[in-house]
Design a protein around this ligand. Sequence first.
Ligand code: GLN
Length: 203
Amino acid sequence: MVKFALGVLAFQGGFEKHREKLAELNVKTLLVKKQEELNSLDGLVIPGGESSTLLKLLDDDFRIRLVELFEAGLPILTTCAGTIIVANRVNSPVQESLNFINISVERNSYGRQVNSQVISNLKINVAGQKLLKTENQNIEGVFIRAPRITSIGGKVESLLEFDGDPVLVKEGNVLSATFHPELSSGVHPVISLFVEMIQKAKN
Ligand code: GLN
């Protein structure tokens, strides 16, 4: 068993699948629903679901603690709605967000063809080649009513792209995907990268 405390935000959405995937890597997770459960975590996953609902469920105390932990460098993985929650700007419709990563996103923006679709050959950018440990050049992305990242700024690196848009981005301790790595079979390189980020942060 890998020895660190990994939390998965469990108010709503696809938290169980994240837990199952991390278990495949021998990582034990804690399902986080209360502010005090955020204490002593080594990393946090903010899963997909419905971002507007998720926002309503985050009360002020929880948000304040989350912001403190983000600022202290806690490694955070977000997928789909989780990425909407942490973006700097959210459109379609405009929605408040936590400003953890310098990206703009448009909700449900891919139209019908990738409303829900498995893309088997995401483009790996130079930053992705460096960070994602994968022999396989065909990295998969499961997209479900996915947001589109319409711009990235500052120190954000784009690791993977689909159709010219970034779909996996990283800025410091925050790793954000518009797709669902936890739904691919096997252990997706995004999940492995996140576990590596946690291990590095602990050393
Ligand atoms: N469409 C959802 C939203 O806007 C995200 C979908 C997902 O997380 N799979 O919040």
